[in-house]
Design a protein around this ligand. Structure first.
Ligand SMILES: Cc1cc2nc3c(=O)[nH]c(=O)nc-3n(C[C@H](O)[C@H](O)[C@H](O)COP(=O)(O)O)c2cc1C
Ligand SMILES: [Fe+2]
Ligand SMILES: [Fe+2]
Length: 399
């Protein structure tokens, strides 16, 4: 049975949800599932904006067929050729043999690499090109590296709808509610939206900034992303989040303590540290065990907060492997502009502090607090002064 939503008077959401997929990109856990959005415009010409992941192709085809209601499909606009959106292009071609595909040069190259037979049906567009489908005229805007090099977004100048590809997307399946004003975004969606952005697109902040600059010139009334809710109210709220994330600016003055501990001694020191902050009036403090928190969640939280304290045991003369993994991810995603402090632990040859420090010095615009705490197996009275001055330094830098 088809399941669609009306977006505007002549635009329909024809996507679907995958609630069975455990790992997005086979890496990131998605306990709330994910939606793959596709939109169908019924103008003088019929136009489908992007397809969906292979996993929900059947639902998608039923949706497209229902909305077309016997009309042929004239155009398929591909904003993003990553297979979570492009996988079903051939199914569309098979069912609608007269369809023309509109996309970028790089996107057509990728389609051929993935083995799609598209000869004779392509219409190549570049940044700034326009196209009329009848009542609706659209402008194609290049969005390289948001999140692949071929990506573009499409702006409908007639009604202000922006088909934003992966930009402004979120993890999470849509439970019937499509629009941002139908959900409690701040309560139920922001964490998944942040985890999606930071882990999927986070590395490409400068490219997202370039796209945001282009967007300022457009009179955007609605944002139709390829994942998660459609934005039709309060656009400024989400655009502001994207602006902060892509500039690597923290959202909140907050302390995040990430600890690595095998036998609980480093963990105990981390708890004592958190307590000190709270007693000094800094209540925006969170603690994460690096072993039991998925790295995508650690990354997302690191984008949110201003201050990060890394507390790690030494493990075979190195950084504890899950902590090392987190640091590598942080570096790979280009995370910047944070203030960090280090707590190390070692029982016979303590190395973790220096090694974590080296890691951070190799990253952009990271301020590492000079005060370090060195634990020898467990925290004792000798560490109290160091711990207190670390807390004071962090609080000072939060002012
Ligand atoms: C497999 C393993 C390897 C370790 N390697 C080192 C090491 O190379 N140097 C060192 O100083 N301590 C080493 N330690 C000790 C830990 O760094 C840490 O001091 C101790 O486990 C207490 O902290 P915890 O209770 O937070 O785990 C090792 C511990 C384990 C279990
Ligand atoms: Fe993508
Ligand atoms: Fe995507």
């Amino acid at each position: 049975m088809y399941c669609v939503r009306k977006v505007t008077e002549d635009l329909y959401w024809v996507g679907g949800n995958d609630r069975r997929l455990a790992l997005f990109e086979n890496i990131h856990p998605i306990p709330r599932g994910v939606s793959y959005n596709s939109y169908l415009l019924l103008d003088e010409k019929t136009v489908l904006f992007d397809t969906i992941d292979w996993s929900i192709c059947r639902q998608f085809l039923e949706n497209v067929q229902a909305v077309l209601n016997g009309r042929p499909l004239d155009y398929l606009v591909i904003n993003h050729m990553e297979p979570d959106h492009g996988a079903s292009i051939e199914e569309i071609i098979l069912r609608y043999p007269d369809v023309k595909i509109i996309s970028t040069e790089k996107s057509f190259l990728l389609m051929r690499q993935f083995g799609f037979k598209i000869d004779g049906r392509i219409e190549e567009v570049a940044d700034g090109d326009t196209k009329s489908f009848g009542k609706h005229e659209v402008t194609f805007v290049a969005a390289p590296m948001v999140h692949w090099p071929e990506a573009m977004v499409t702006f409908d100048t007639t009604n202000g709808v922006l088909f934003s590809a992966d930009a402004f997307g979120s993890f999470g399946a849509l439970d019937g509610k499509l629009f941002n004003d139908e959900v409690n975004f701040e309560r139920d969606w922001i964490d998944d939206a942040r985890r999606y952005y930071t882990n999927i697109v986070g590395k490409y902040g400068t490219h997202v900034q370039a796209l945001l600059k282009k967007a300022i010139g457009l009179d955007i009334k609605m944002i139709c992303p390829l994942h998660g809710p459609v934005w039709r109210t309060d656009l400024g709220y989400f655009i502001d989040k994207y602006d902060k994330w892509s500039r690597y600016e923290p959202e909140e003055k907050a302390v995040m303590i990430v600890y690595a501990s095998m036998y609980g001694n480093t963990e105990s020191a981390a708890t004592s540290l958190a307590t000190k902050f709270v007693e000094k009036g800094i209540k925006n403090v969170v603690m994460y065990d690096v072993s039991s928190t998925h790295v995508s969640q650690l990354i997302s939280e690191t984008f949110r907060v201003s201050h990060v304290i890394l507390a790690s045991v030494t493990y075979n003369l190195g950084i504890y492997p899950p902590m090392h993994n987190y640091l590598m991810d942080m570096k790979a995603l280009n995370l910047q502009k944070r203030t960090l402090a280090i707590i190390e632990n070692g029982s016979w040859a303590c190395k973790s502090g220096d090694l974590m420090g080296e890691f951070l010095y190799g990253m952009k615009e990271m301020t590492v607090i000079e005060e370090k705490v060195s634990l020898v197996s467990s925290m004792n009275e000798n560490n109290v002064t160091d711990m207190d001055s670390l807390v004071e330094s962090i609080i000072e830098s939060m002012k």
